[in-house]
Design a protein around this ligand. Structure first.
Ligand SMILES: [Zn+2]
Length: 243
């Protein structure tokens, strides 16, 4: 039913402009100008925005993602606004969402919601995954999540790509990110410690940081680990090669 929604016309055709185009452009500019926060937006406006397919709203949507941290109940029930990406063409949604993941200045809330949008709409693109895996620890983690998703169709290129990660090669991308150094504490001076990404110094034999609970590779205990994704890929490749 959602796919039957009429695509809002936004382009001029041969010099003449459809009146509805102008009307919609004005509506869009007013929504953007009056926007003060995701929870002050009424349902009709959020529905219009989500289903609009208008790229003018991209900035507003990513801004809105930062507001979800304020109230837990809104994290649990995903605001209607973020269905925006479901209405875009798949290629366009992929370009926007992965493009944002690869930009440096994302907040944790944005990162979470973008990953969620990719998963829930099954926006799988291995060319983009390759870029994520070449990036920061944060983008590599996003790539792990995408690699757990099942595609509707595997092209020859997709299969060749998955085969490049078989064995242990994916796991090997995730090395320890902590630094081992000598402690400078008054009583523990000279002892070796590992310094976590968060800055806290831990005993050399500690597997997780006493402050932020992340392990030496920068993973929290609840996070998806490379080993789990590696197993999935190895199984998938074995199945594919058996067909
Ligand atoms: Zn830490």
């Amino acid at each position: 039913m959602l796919n039957e929604l009429k695509h809002i016309q936004t382009e001029a055709v041969g010099g003449d402009i459809d009146g509805s185009v102008i009307k919609n452009k004005i509506k869009v500019s007013l929504i953007i100008e009056r926007y003060t926060g995701i929870y002050t937006m009424d349902n009709a406006t959020s529905e219009f925005t989500a289903t609009s397919r208008l790229t003018e709203f991209v900035h507003l949507i990513f801004k809105a993602m930062n507001e979800t941290g304020l109230a837990q109940e809104y994290i649990n029930c995903q605001p209607a606004l973020f269905r925006y990406f479901d209405f875009l063409d798949k290629d366009q949604a992929i370009a926007i969402l992965y493009g944002q993941l690869l930009s440096d200045d994302l907040t944790g809330a944005q990162f979470k919601l973008i990953s969620k949008a990719i998963s829930s709409s099954n926006l799988i693109d291995y060319d983009q995954v390759e870029k994520l895996l070449a990036g920061s620890l944060l983008t590599k983690k996003a790539a792990l999540k995408v690699l757990t998703l099942d595609k509707d169709w595997y092209s020859v290129q997709d299969i060749a790509y998955l085969q490049t990660w078989r064995g242990e090669s994916l796991v090997q991308l995730f090395q320890e990110v902590v630094t081992v150094k000598e402690s400078k504490g008054m009583f523990s001076s000279g002892k070796e410690v590992w310094e976590c990404l968060c800055g806290y110094s831990n005993k050399l034999d500690a597997t997780a940081c006493s402050s932020c609970t992340k392990d030496k590779r920068g993973f929290g205990s609840e996070e998806l680990k490379p080993e789990a994704v590696q197993k999935l890929i190895n199984r998938k490749v074995a199945v594919i090669e058996g067909i």
